[in-house]
Design a protein around this ligand. Sequence first.
Ligand SMILES: Nc1nc2c(ncn2[C@@H]2O[C@H](COP(=O)(O)OP(=O)(O)O)[C@@H](O)[C@H]2O)c(=O)[nH]1
Ligand SMILES: [Mg+2]
Length: 298
Amino acid sequence: MLINWYPGHMAKTKRQLQEQISRCDLILELCDARLPFSSRNPDLEKLIQGKKSVLLLNKSDLADADLTREWIRSFTEQGIRAFPCSAQSGKSKSILRVIDDASREFVEKALAKGVRKVVRAMIVGVPNVGKSTLINQIHGSSVARTGDRPGVTKANQWVTVSPYLQLMDSPGMLWPRLDDQTAARRLCYIGSIKDDVVDLPMLTIELLQELMEICPQAVSERFRIRDFSLRGESLLQEVCKGRGFLLKGGLFDYDRCCQVVLDEFRAGRCGRITLEKPDTSSLKEDTHVEKQQDGPCS
Ligand SMILES: Nc1nc2c(ncn2[C@@H]2O[C@H](COP(=O)(O)OP(=O)(O)O)[C@@H](O)[C@H]2O)c(=O)[nH]1
Ligand SMILES: [Mg+2]
């Protein structure tokens, strides 16, 4: 399966991002804590040109906590200010503290000149990573539209959080990790690339295969897979049989099967799973899974 995930407007996208960045004091980069490598913009460091930035590993409630700590350590070692974040958790105070810390230097510089500076922070990240949710969390009400699919935010929007803090919500951009089909596939798993540009049965098979290597127990319980050696289409058929996704005449209901597998993975129903490790950016063996309290099956 080849995913044509980057539409080819690379120069335009970069230019727009650069323009927006130039109007901001601070960049809040959001990546998905389950994919801290594939969901980051490889060009951002160059584009922000020395501007203050903070990396937030969002949806950390869905990621393995030990691996999130490893990622934070690894980013910190590279000189990147990185913090775990769960935009849905209601802990906006800690995020505001991170913003305050990151902007202190230039706020104090301006203050020394008698100016009380308004901090303008831009939230950057791939679609569906939680940018609008984070803004709502910090603002304390639903000022930005959110939704569990890419493309909900249509245009840039400035949100005034306080007289001295403004945040910019943006539609989110996919980054050109050219030829990186693994990254593309993983961005599909987490819903950053629209489902309708991919072959869903193929994507679901790939996800199930990846999960069966990472956390066979949790995944087989969740999707009622009795034979751990199954791969390819047989895996899909096993899930259809186990979960009762059957049509009249005993035909397999692949549409429903794919939607349920993807939805449940995205909602963390198979447990807290991180797909990438700091050094290798790929997790095949020696992986970590934390089950959610409500158990793997419903
Ligand atoms: N579990 C979990 N879900 C989140 C978190 N942040 C956002 N979401 C959900 O992810 C989906 C996409 O969020 P949204 O803010 O619209 O993403 P955006 O496209 O980056 O603006 C929504 O369904 C949110 O409720 C988080 O920290 N944890
Ligand atoms: Mg949005």
